[in-house]
Design a protein around this ligand. Structure first.
Ligand code: C2E
Ligand code: CA
Ligand code: CA
Length: 701
């Protein structure tokens, strides 16, 4: 076994004694003897080398050996054996009092047994030293625990605290001198985390030695402290768990910083809106949603017009304020699931989600929102003394199930936005290629029709309805679109679009008002008399509109035409879905004197039976039956039975689309009373119709 090496300083001026001692220590290999014969030399050695034991004669040529008692080793008095000559015992006793470890009275014997004494003292010295080192270590560790900013505590097996450091006390609001032995750490956790510690943390620490988690402490004054916590179980040498310790670090600042970093990564600091990163994320989600549910979406690429001028002429701070103001306005026009993001500069992106599954309808929804957004952007911005107005060019890319790339959508919308800029700014443009030819045509038509209404390009034609003697018993008002580019356009080409876009709700009332005004003019001119009627067509959407009944009454009043002059034509499609409601609307108007005709009769699914419940007093046999009436016995039979049945029900019948004398002859044979068709007249412009009315009057006379 490797013995510890001890340095022993021998201070002895008597060479004979010194020699004896040296010899005695020869049998002690763990002791290195350094011999000196003066105090001075001894001091030098003590200064230079580590010394574990001093053996010194008391009388030395240059002084008193007890002086060496002052020397310290490892911060403790260095053990010293004093040697005296016979008769000097009293001096030795004094030396013991001043701290000498032992003394011997020099004799051959005592000198020779010095190693024994030395070993005993060295052993004691060793023990003392170990104890001191352990104490030092303990003191330092405690100092560390107390100085560390993390909560550190020790708990017994029942969870009661035995130690809690200064930082822990401060964090939890426990006084420096407060007794903690009746407290448990779990009591300072949120209820949920306390449970987790008890049922998960402690068992895990017992099993694996250590358990880590993020947990929330609640201080005495109720403050919640998010920490990163470590729970450790400590075992005795026999393997039993003796106690637990916990280190918990307050990570609130860290979390806040993380959130800030997260925020900066995904949000625009100027406006607080999602930035490009967040946009890309949400767009992906939206694409997923569209593919799952089929509801379409729209991506709006908004670019402010001439924003550069604001920046250049008024400065960037003003530009920033404008962007902030616009960012504030945009969300109020959107629904919860929609997204507004700032792409950078003066570019904003909006994702409209959950639009209709029907493309046309979805496009119209997108257009409606986009119009609102354009108006919102165009609203004046007041910045102190300055009033600004900003407009935007907006490109729209629609997306439906099957779409995969958000990047493409952004590109498409961007392209459309550039188109809008090119077309003169302050407008919106759809990205057409992504929509399909059909939809695009329809949208184009819609835009043109909007313009047509604004610029009064719609006109009414009138087609006479005649009786068996070919006298005019009325006329049907038929709409036309006088387009500057396309010429006179048939309603068959645009009615569907008016209907699906809802524009019919503006065009329909225009028809009613214009027709009634025209009628009033003819009445005033004496060209129209009481037995004659003017038929007006009403579309399904118009008929369903809650304002329908009121608007008819309103126009009749306004134009001052007797209600009995008016025939409203509805088709089966108008009424079949809800016969009761339709009847009640019709009855409401019938009570004022208005008449109803069932248009296109025979083409729908309604049977004659329906007629009994519907308050109509005229039916119009669809042109398709008249077309083949000469060749098809089936059609003839059908027309025959319609006429017979309506005779019983006391309904008048108009045969539509009569083009030939043959058709007329057959219809007359079945006792049809009223006719409409090219055979008598095509639909006529109002001035032509006026001529027609005059001519027929003069014929009569
Ligand atoms: P409709 O109510 O069945 O009107 C009769 C249609 O047949 C008219 O077509 C008329 O020009 C056409 N027609 C009449 N006689 C003949 C004929 O002998 N031969 C041929 N080939 N055609 C004849 P138009 O004016 O193109 O109107 C088509 C449809 O558009 C109308 O069918 C009506 O359902 C609808 N419509 C027209 N004007 C309006 C309107 O102001 N409002 C609404 N809601 N619908 C309208
Ligand atoms: Ca009609
Ligand atoms: Ca018809």
């Amino acid at each position: 076994m490797q013995q510890p090496q001890y340095n022993i300083l021998l201070v002895e001026d008597d060479p004979g004694h010194a020699e004896l001692i040296s010899r005695a220590f020869e049998s002690q290999p763990h002791c290195a003897l350094i011999k000196t014969d003066t105090l001075d030399q001894a001091r030098n050695v003590l200064n230079e080398d580590h010394t574990d034991l001093i053996i010194t004669d008391i009388r030395l040529p240059d002084g008193d050996g007890t002086e060496l008692l002052r020397h310290r080793t490892l911060d403790l008095p260095c053990p010293t054996i004093i040697m005296t000559s016979f008769g000097d015992e009293s001096i030795a006793v004094n030396a013991m009092k001043s701290g000498a470890a032992d003394y011997i009275v020099k004799s051959q014997e005592s000198l020779f047994s010095l190693p024994k004494t030395a070993n005993r003292i060295l052993r004691e010295w060793r023990l003392l030293l170990d104890k001191k080192l352990a104490q030092d270590k303990q003191r330092r560790l405690t100092a560390i625990l107390e100085a560390t900013p993390d909560l550190i505590c020790i708990a017994d097996l029942d969870g009661f605290l035995t130690y809690l450091n200064d930082a822990g006390r401060k964090l939890l609001g426990i006084g420096a001198n407060e007794d903690i032995t009746r407290m448990r750490l779990a009591d300072f956790h949120s209820t949920r985390d306390g449970q987790i510690i008890l049922y998960e943390g402690i068992p895990a620490a017992i099993k694996d030695g250590i358990w880590k988690a993020e947990s929330t402490f609640v201080s005495r004054d109720g403050e919640k402290i998010l920490t990163s916590q470590v729970l450790i179980s400590h075992q005795s040498s026999s393997g039993e768990i003796e106690f637990f310790s916990t280190v918990a670090r307050d990570i609130r600042h860290l979390r806040a910083a993380e959130e800030q970093v997260e925020y900066l990564a995904y949000y625009d600091t100027l406006t607080g809106l999602p930035n490009r990163n967040e946009l890309v994320k949400r767009l992906e989600m939206e694409i997923g949603r569209v593919n799952r549910h089929g509801n379409q979406g729209a991506l709006l690429f908004i670019d402010l017009d001439n924003f550069k001028y604001i920046n250049d002429s008024l400065g960037h701070p003003v530009g920033d304020l404008v962007l902030q103001e616009i960012a504030k306005r945009l969300p109020s026009f959107l629904r919860g699931d929609d997204t507004v993001a700032r792409l950078g500069g003066d570019e904003f992106i909006i994702i409209l989600s959950d639009l209709s599954t029907d493309t046309i309808e979805a496009v119209n929804q997108a257009r409606e929102v986009t119009d609102k957004i354009r108006n919102a952007i165009a609203m004046e911005i007041k910045l102190g003394e300055i009033n600004l107005q900003v407009t935007a060019s907006i490109g729209i890319s629609m997306f439906a199930a099957g779409v995969t790339s958000g990047d493409d959508l952004l590109k498409f919308a961007d392209t459309a936005m550039y188109q809008a800029k090119k077309e003169g700014r302050n407008r919106l443009e759809f990205f057409s290629e992504s929509m399909g030819e059909h939809v695009y045509r329809q949208l184009e038509l819609e835009t043109q029709l909007r313009q047509a209404l604004k610029e009064e390009q719609f006109v009414l034609y009138y087609q006479p309805i005649v009786d068996q003697r070919e006298s005019i018993i009325g006329a049907e008002a038929l709409i036309r679109w006088q387009s500057p580019e396309k010429g006179l356009v048939s309603p068959l080409e645009f009615l569907d679009v008016l209907e699906s876009s809802g524009q019919i709700l503006q065009v329909g009332p225009w028809v009613i008002e214009s027709a009634l005004k025209q009628l009033s003019t003819w009445i005033n001119k004496g060209l129209w008399n009481e037995g004659q009627r003017l038929s007006i067509n009403i579309s399904p959407r118009q008929f369903r509109d809650s304002q329908f009944v009121e608007s008819i009454k309103h126009f009749l009043n306004k134009v001052n035409v007797p209600p009995s002059y008016l025939h409203i034509e509805v088709t089966e499609h108008n009424v079949i879905h809800n016969l009761e409601e339709a009847s009640s609307k019709m009855n409401d108007l019938i009570d004022t004197g208005v008449n109803f005709s069932l248009d296109d009769f025979g083409t729908g699914y309604s049977s004659l039976r329906n007629l009994k419940t519907l308050p109509v007093n005229c039916i119009k046999i669809d042109k398709s039956f008249i077309d083949d009436i000469c060749e098809s016995s089936e059609d003839q039979a059908m027309v025959g039975s319609i006429l017979a049945m309506s005779g019983h029900l006391n309904l008048s019948v108009v045969a539509e689309g009569v083009e030939t004398q043959e058709q007329l002859a057959i219809l007359k044979k079945y006792n049809c009373q009223c006719f409409q068709g090219y055979l008598f007249s095509k639909p006529l412009a109002s001035d032509e119709m006026e001529e027609f009315l005059k001519n027929s009057l003069s014929k009569k006379r």
